[in-house]
Ligand binder design. Structure first.
Ligand SMILES: Nc1nc2c(ncn2[C@@H]2O[C@H](COP(=O)(O)OP(=O)(O)OP(=O)(O)O)[C@@H](O)[C@H]2O)c(=O)[nH]1
Ligand SMILES: [Mg+2]
Length: 293
C-alpha cells in the first residue's frame, strides 16, 4: 500500500489584537467563519475553523488578541487564549509588522511553552519586506520559531506555503470532525457574532466594547428563519445611542445584520432586534459567564 497516512491536529492562532488572525483563518478555510473588523478586540471567543482535504485535517482555533486585561470580560478572553494555547499541537503566531506598539504580552505568553511555533508575518501587502525582516529579527532574539512565513491574509499571498508548513507539524491520526464540517458552533453563535460585527462597524468609541449579543429565540420555518436577538449594553446612556434618533440607528443595524445573516445561512431571515441594559455586565463575573464568555 502506498496510501498516505492521514494526519490531523490543532493549530492555535495567537497574536495581538488586529494582527489579522481571523482574516487568516477565513482565508485558509475559504469561508467567513470568524468575524473581522478594523477595530481591535473583535474576536472574543475561541472560534473553531476546520480545514480538511483527503489526507489532512487541521482544526484551527482563532482566539482573541492578547492584551493585559482591564475588566472581567477581557480576563475571560485571555483565559480563552490560554486554553487554545494548551490544546494546540502547533501555534501560529500572527505578527503584524505595521503595528508600532510592542508585542511583549504575546512573547511572554509563548515563551513558557514547549510547542512548535510558526511565525506568520502578516500584511506584507502594505509593508516593505526589508522593514518587516528587521522586526522579525527582533522577535527571533526573543522566541524560537520552527519556520517563518510572510503572508497577506487579505490577498491570500503565502498561505499555501503556510499550510504546507502546518501539515509538516501534524501527527498521524484520524480526523476529529466529519470532513465536510467547517466549524462546530451552533447557528445561534454565528448569528450573534454577525450582529456584533455590525455593532463594531457602525458604532464608535466605547460602544462596540460595551455590547454583547444574545439570540433569544430562533425559529426555522420552511422558507424563512425568524430570529429574536438582544443587544446588551453596559450603561443606560448607551441604549439611546444604539437606538438613535427616531430609532434610525437600530433600524440600520437591523437591516445590515439581517443581510449578513441571510448571506451566511443562505436563507431569508426575519430579525427582531432589541436593546437591553445590564448595568456593568462586562465587570461582573456571573454576567460575563452567563453571556457566554
Ligand atoms: N492590508 C492588510 N490588512 C489586513 C490583512 N489581514 C488582515 N487585515 C486587516 O486587519 C484588520 C484586522 O483583521 P482581523 O482579522 O479582524 O484581526 P484579528 O487579529 O482577528 O483581530 P482581533 O479579533 O481584534 O484580535 C482588518 O481590517 C483586516 O482587513 C492583510 O494581510 N493585509
Ligand atoms: Mg479576530
Amino acid at each position: 500500500m502506498t496510501e498516505k497516512q492521514h494526519k490531523s491536529g490543532y493549530a492555535a492562532i495567537i497574536g495581538k489584537p488586529n494582527a489579522g488572525k481571523s482574516t487568516l483563518m477565513n482565508r485558509i478555510l475559504g469561508s467567513k467563519i470568524s468575524i473581522t473588523t478594523h477595530k481591535a478586540q473583535t474576536t472574543r471567543h475561541q472560534v473553531v475553523g476546520i480545514f480538511s482535504d483527503d489526507d489532512t485535517q487541521v482544526v484551527f482555533l482563532d482566539t482573541p488578541g492578547v492584551i493585559s486585561p482591564k475588566y472581567e470580560l477581557q480576563s475571560a478572553m485571555m483565559r480563552t487564549v490560554g486554553r487554545a494555547r494548551a490544546d494546540a499541537d502547533v501555534i501560529l503566531f500572527i505578527f503584524d509588522p505595521t503595528d508600532r506598539h510592542p508585542t511583549d504580552e504575546v512573547i511572554e505568553l509563548l515563551r513558557s511553552i514547549n510547542k512548535p511555533i510558526l511565525l506568520v508575518v502578516n500584511k506584507i501587502d502594505v509593508i516593505d519586506r526589508s522593514k518587516a525582516e528587521k522586526k522579525v529579527a527582533d522577535l527571533e532574539d526573543k522566541l524560537r520559531f520552527k519556520s517563518i512565513h510572510y503572508v497577506s491574509a487579505l490577498q491570500g499571498t503565502g498561505t499555501d506555503e503556510l499550510m504546507d508548513a502546518i501539515r509538516g507539524q501534524l501527527i498521524p491520526g484520524p480526523p476529529y470532525y466529519p470532513k465536510e464540517d467547517l466549524s462546530e458552533h451552533p447557528v445561534r453563535f454565528f448569528v450573534s457574532e454577525l450582529i456584533r460585527e455590525q455593532v463594531y462597524l457602525q458604532f464608535q468609541e466605547e460602544i462596540p466594547y460595551s455590547c454583547t449579543v444574545e439570540v433569544i429565540s430562533y425559529d426555522a420555518d420552511v422558507d424563512i428563519d425568524r430570529i429574536n436577538a438582544e443587544i446588551i449594553v453596559n450603561r443606560n446612556s448607551q441604549k439611546g445611542m444604539l437606538i438613535g434618533k427616531g430609532g434610525k440607528a437600530i433600524k440600520n443595524l437591523g437591516i445590515k445584520s439581517r443581510e449578513s445573516i441571510e448571506e451566511f445561512i443562505g436563507k431569508k431571515v426575519f430579525l427582531d432586534l432589541h436593546v437591553k441594559v445590564r448595568e456593568k455586565w462586562r465587570e461582573k463575573e456571573n454576567w460575563v459567564r452567563n453571556l457566554g464568555y
